[in-house]
Design a protein around this ligand. Sequence first.
Ligand SMILES: [Zn+2]
Length: 136
Amino acid sequence: MLEADPLDLLGATQTELSLHVDGCTRCRTAAQRMLEVERELRDALGAATPRRSVNDAVRVARRRAWRRSWLWRASPLAAAAVLAIVWLGRRAPLQQPASPPIRPAGGSGVAVAAPPGKSVAVFRTDNPDIVVIWFF
Ligand SMILES: [Zn+2]
């Protein structure tokens, strides 16, 4: 019965199964229940529409891939810029600090002294192990 044609389960054809279902109350009840569950499943699948159409999903995926590739292309440039800033910042020999070292609040244990004529900013992050030190 699980593999039978729905028309046979309805007792609407002249097959052996259909004729039996038509005359047997127990099998007819089982067949009707199977058809009912099949109808509920079909309705549920019909109502489950995807959030996006296929075209929209492809467009979104392409846009994400393009952004990722752009970031990968731009990251060496960003790394070079950071290295250049560090290199330029270290060209001048460090001398005795003009002001006492700044200790960031929160007890991170980091003491930072700005070189003469320069400033320093210390930023705490949400991660207690990470402190951002900015010389400018
Ligand atoms: Zn039967």
